[in-house]
Design a protein around this ligand. Structure first.
Ligand SMILES: *[C@@H]1O[C@H](CO)[C@@H](O)[C@H](O)[C@H]1NC(C)=O
Ligand SMILES: *[C@@H]1O[C@H](CO)[C@@H](O)[C@H](O)[C@H]1NC(C)=O
Ligand SMILES: *[C@@H]1O[C@H](CO)[C@@H](O)[C@H](O)[C@H]1NC(C)=O
Ligand SMILES: *[C@@H]1O[C@H](CO)[C@@H](O)[C@H](O)[C@H]1NC(C)=O
Ligand SMILES: *[C@@H]1O[C@H](CO)[C@@H](O)[C@H](O)[C@H]1NC(C)=O
Ligand SMILES: *[C@@H]1O[C@H](CO)[C@@H](O)[C@H](O)[C@H]1NC(C)=O
Ligand SMILES: *[C@@H]1O[C@H](CO)[C@@H](O)[C@H](O)[C@H]1NC(C)=O
Ligand SMILES: *[C@@H]1O[C@H](CO)[C@@H](O)[C@H](O)[C@H]1NC(C)=O
Ligand SMILES: *[C@@H]1O[C@H](CO)[C@@H](O)[C@H](O)[C@H]1NC(C)=O
Length: 898
């Protein structure tokens, strides 16, 4: 029954029976035949694809050839392969355009190249992350892995890692540049799971497909019992006559389709994921392939797992491609799409092609590009022969030998240790080391380095340990280094350098001609301690001798390196106007991310201070931000959003992968803390206070929807995102990454998969269609929490949702059991009923029954008015008095919105 995973397999290398008509444009394609002799370029006659040897992309591994018998079955580009008997990690480095979307394929055909018939298993890395494990199951079957990926650097590393289960190898690599506006995800990359030309008995790829996607054909293994319920249709379409969309499914693929064999039954496409947690994106391609008569119509509804989707009354145009796709991940034990003919349709549904991708998250950011460039330069300057390939710091387990790195939660790893001791280095100390700006420990001991100890080493701000022992260094030790070691901020070891002299005994004028000097004298003997003592004594003398200018310029440079913007305007409120902060500003504002306020779906929130004003700094985890301009565009919009019930954005940081949002700080934390009373310093809210908070939050939401053009959908309304200031006024927060709804007739909006369980609109979950009503649902859940102080999902075996719990009590008419019992009856019953009514309407499964936010605001104010009437005028609880209070409420009790 289960779909075989071997479907990930075997397309790229397989012999495809597509007839070459004429070569399409291959710009944006990189096709590498691994192990092919250097300098060889060839064109596959079957596909017209031009391949090059891998010689320019890697300099390790050995070229091998598959057994000759297999050559008849496979295309030439997998006849050779590159095998890696040496080294743990071997990497290809392929130049690409950063921020562009690529379809990347890697193929593996073992072909018993080594005559051992031992099937290897090894890891495949993409950049800093594990892409997949390559598990060769059959020597004569090619395995392929394919992913849609947006590289963040100017190149990609594709690495094979020896995990002790056989010698890694690779047969072919293919990169195809895609449009950036197709196959969009919230985060993560898309791994090809199934791609099928439905209704066909042949597979197709380039040059039928402009992107060289391989379209497989119907088979019982993939679709198990679906297939025999289908009927194949085939009405050839000429490529020129097909009206395309951006997905560009090939005309030959669109020429065939499937339809239910039983005309009155639905068409079903279903599969069972191995892991119900896996998240999928599905792209379905349709076109009408038959000429319909006047009295014929083809129209269908699409359901997902038996529930209606937003795709109803779908109709198709003759020879015009229509692609319907999910805009967020879907998952489950069984995923079942049914296409149901509508009542008015005379023809059964059809579908021409389908693509299913699995979301693959790559959480580990690549090492900071500046560090990578620097260490790469160092490697080539000294001809370092170590096994240094791929990303220097990541994955952590494969850290380059001699390096140590920090792995900040929100940022790229940085190199902090470089140990090149006993590595046969010669020549001078290279200035490229200076570009490892976070370096704390530098060990160059036991080499043959010559020349002077360069002054620039003192510019490494974080350097704590410098070991230059046992080299051929000469000249004097720069005073700046001497000072640092005097202060105790640097541990300096310079012993066993016969020509190195103490600064005080060097002739300043002859500096730079160290080799010529005869009276260099007194080799600095011992390391650290000894040197430090001598140098301390010398330092004072030196201080006066040393040119003041060089000292002064040094300091200035240091400051400007730290934080130009910040330093210039340190004491000015203009800071708030500037709004763009560099990463080093953020470090300073947050005191190196010293205090964590919380963790959210998009990243971690830290406490910071700008001119003594506290702020909350949210650093976005790199995986949650895709699209470089998009972040900036969204933030710029949010900068303009101002409302007293929304936490205001003070500024932002957008430096490479460091993306942060700076918000006003809310002194009293979030609503949930107080409702649950979990943490020490919480306040118990009266019914009136609860309603005021509800009104505040509703006003914030209403402003996002009605006050902003285009409207903003929050997407993550929940009690932890309702923050309280020092006066316990509520503000909605965390709309920082809300998606803006485009105004012109767009049916649905691409969204973050996440949301928060319990708050996520179940309707949205099914339809992937995001509307204002999704936020209304979440708000309803919050309102239920405010009323009941109960957890959203009961922490017992039944996991009952707060809305089910409340509705079961409503059935019984038991209002007392619904309200937080700690209120001890101190509330107006009608006020509570009204609030419960609003909340239950908000969480209605029927979108149309959910009120719009402006109605919610009005109703909540009425509920508040009822409660105020009780507290002001105990005993009077008639409808009339309520109404009168309501009328002056707006001017008297509720602070006006800005
Ligand atoms: C592919 O290679 C052939 C033969 O070398 C050449 O004529 C053709 O222009 C190349 N095509 C592309 C798109 O690079
Ligand atoms: C092979 O192709 C590559 C990339 O297209 C090109 O740089 C190289 O010059 C070609 N080599 C030969 C021998 O044609
Ligand atoms: C990749 O780019 C780098 C830097 O631009 C360049 O030095 C290198 O030669 C390029 N590699 C290839 C294979 O084109
Ligand atoms: C390997 O695959 C080939 C071709 O598909 C098949 O004939 C052979 O039986 C397979 N071998 C094993 C050991 O499964
Ligand atoms: C065709 O499908 C309909 C509706 O599902 C069903 O009632 C009918 O029995 C099916 N006919 C055949 C021949 O299977
Ligand atoms: C449609 O019209 C054709 C004649 O033009 C007729 O033969 C056919 O029965 C009609 N079909 C339906 C469903 O009315
Ligand atoms: C298809 O959807 C429409 C619109 O929601 C609905 O009226 C109709 O009953 C549905 N038809 C079927 C067969 O499910
Ligand atoms: C690398 O740095 C970490 C943190 O600073 C430290 O715990 C670890 O011991 C270091 N590893 C090596 C090999 O120096
Ligand atoms: C350091 O990096 C900068 C910018 O990335 C580069 O221009 C410079 O050449 C590098 N310096 C050295 C000495 O490699």
């Amino acid at each position: 029954m289960r779909m075989s995973r071997s479907f990930l397999v075997a397309f790229l290398g397989f012999l495809v029976l597509a007839v070459l008509i004429q070569a399409q444009d291959q710009s944006g394609f990189i096709s590498i035949a691994c192990g092919a002799p250097a300098g060889v370029n060839f064109t596959e006659p079957q596909t017209g694809l031009n391949y090059t040897s891998d010689a320019n992309f890697i300099n390790t591994g050995v070229s091998r050839t598959i057994v000759p018998e297999l050559r008849d079955r496979y295309l030439r580009h997998v006849w050779n392969l590159r095998s890696f008997p040496e080294g743990k990690r071997n990497c290809y480095k392929i130049n690409i355009t950063r921020g562009s979307k690529y379809l990347i394929g890697a193929s593996f055909l073992y072909g018993n190249y080594d005559g051992l018939n031992m099937l290897p298993q090894f890891d495949l890395l993409l950049g800093a992350n594990l892409w997949d494990t390559v598990d060769i199951k059959n020597a004569s079957v090619s395995r392929s892995f394919e992913i849609i990926y947006v590289p963040s650097l100017d190149y990609v590393h594709i690495c094979m890692v020896d995990t002790g289960l056989g010698t890694p190898f690779i047969s072919a690599i293919a990169l195809r540049s895609l449009r950036n506006d197709i196959y969009e995800t919230e985060f993560g990359s898309l791994q090809t799971y199934i791609r099928r030309d439905l209704g066909s008995n042949e597979g197709y790829r380039y040059d039928d497909d402009v992107y060289d996607r391989y379209w497989g054909y119907d088979d019982a293994d993939t679709w198990y019992d679906n297939v025999d319920k289908w009927k194949q249709l085939n009405f050839p379409i000429d490529a020129d006559s097909l009206v395309q969309n951006h997905y560009q499914p090939p005309a030959v693929v669109m020429s065939t389709a499937v339809t239910p064999a039983n005309v009155s039954a639905p068409l079903v496409i279903s599969w069972m994921p191995y892991d119900p947690e896996e998240s999928f994106y599905v792209y379905m391609h349709f076109t009408e392939i038959q000429v319909l008569a006047k009295n014929q119509t083809r129209e269908f509804n699409i359901t997902l797992n038996g529930k209606p989707s937003s795709f109803k009354n779908v109709s198709l145009m003759y020879h015009s491609v229509r692609t319907i796709y999910t805009t967020s991940g879907i998952s489950g034990k069984l995923i079942n799409f049914s296409f149901v003919m509508t009542e008015t349709s005379t023809l059964p549904p059809i579908i021409n092609a389908i693509e299913i991708y699995r979301v693959k998250e790559f959480p580990q950011p690549d090492t900071y590009q500046g560090d990578v460039d620097a260490i790469t330069t160092i490697k080539s300057v000294y001809g370092v022969t170590r096994d240094w390939q791929g990303d220097p710091c990541s994955p952590k387990d494969y850290l380059w030998e001699g390096l140590n790195c920090t792995y900040p939660v929100v940022d790229s790893p940085r190199i902090i240790t470089l140990n090149l001791s006993s590595s046969g280095l010669s020549g001078k100390i290279d200035p490229s080391i200076l570009n490892l700006t976070m370096l704390e420990k530098l060990d160059l001991s036991n080499n043959s380095l010559n020349g002077e100890v360069p002054d620039f080493l003192s510019q490494l701000q974080h350097l704590k340990i410098l070991n230059l022992e046992n080299n051929n260094l000469s000249g004097s030790i720069p005073s700046t280094l001497v000072e640092k070691s005097k202060e105790g901020s640097l541990s300096l070891s310079v012993g066993q350098n016969p020509h190195l002299c103490e600064s005080g005994q060097c002739n300043e004028k002859e500096k730079g001609k160290g080799e010529d000097k005869k009276n260099t004298v007194t080799p600095v003997v011992a390391s650290v301690g000894g040197v430090v003592i001598i140098l301390v004594a010398v330092a004072a003398i030196l201080w006066t001798l040393k040119s003041r200018n060089s000292k002064a310029s040094m300091v200035e440079k240091d400051q400007s390196q730290i934080s130009p913007q910040y330093t210039e305007q340190d004491d000015s409120l203009l800071q708030f106007k500037k709004q763009i902060y560099s990463f080093s500003d953020v470090l300073k504002i947050t005191n190196n991310f010293n205090t964590t306020l919380g963790k959210g779906g998009f990243g971690t929130v830290y406490l910071g201070h700008i001119n003594d004003t506290p702020v909350a700094v949210k650093m976005l985890s790199p995986s949650s931000v895709h699209g470089y301009q998009q972040f900036q565009a969204e933030v710029k919009l949010l900068m303009r959003v101002h409302h007293k019930n929304l936490t205001s954005l003070v500024g932002y940081c957008n430096e490479g992968t460091s993306k942060g949002l700076i918000y006003e700080y809310m002194a009293n934390g979030n609503l949930l803390e107080h409702l649950s009373g979990k943490h020490g310093k919480t306040k118990f809210f009266t019914w009136e206070e609860r309603l005021r908070i509800a009104v505040d939050a509703a006003l914030g939401l209403e402003y996002l929807q009605n006050g902003c053009k285009p409207p903003i959908i929050h997407r993550d309304v929940k009690s932890t995102n309702i923050l309280l200031n020092e006066l316990f006024q509520a503000k909605l927060s965390d709309f920082g990454l809300s998606k803006v709804i485009p105004t012109e007739g767009v049916t649905h909006v691409s969204t973050v998969v996440a949301g928060t369980p319990g708050y996520l609109d179940p309707e949205y979950f099914i339809t992937n269609r995001l509307t204002e009503k999704s936020d209304v649902y979440s708000f309803g859940v919050v309102l239920l929490e405010i009323i009941t102080s109960q957890p959203v999902i009961a922490r017992n075996q039944e996991n009952i949702h707060i809305s089910e719990w409340v509705s079961s009590l409503i059935m019984k008419g038991d209002i007392k059991a619904i309200v937080d019992s700690r209120l001890e009856g101190a509330y107006d019953t009608n006020s509570v009923w009204k609030a419960v009514e609003i909340a239950t309407a908000c969480v209605s499964p029927n979108l149309n029954k959910r009120p719009i936010t402006s109605v919610i605001v009005v109703e909540l104010k009425e509920s508040l008015a009822m409660e105020l009437a009780r507290t002001k005028n105990r005993g009077t609880n008639t409808r009339d008095s309520v109404t009168s209070v309501t009328m002056n409420l707006n001017t008297e009790f509720i602070p006006q919105a800005r």
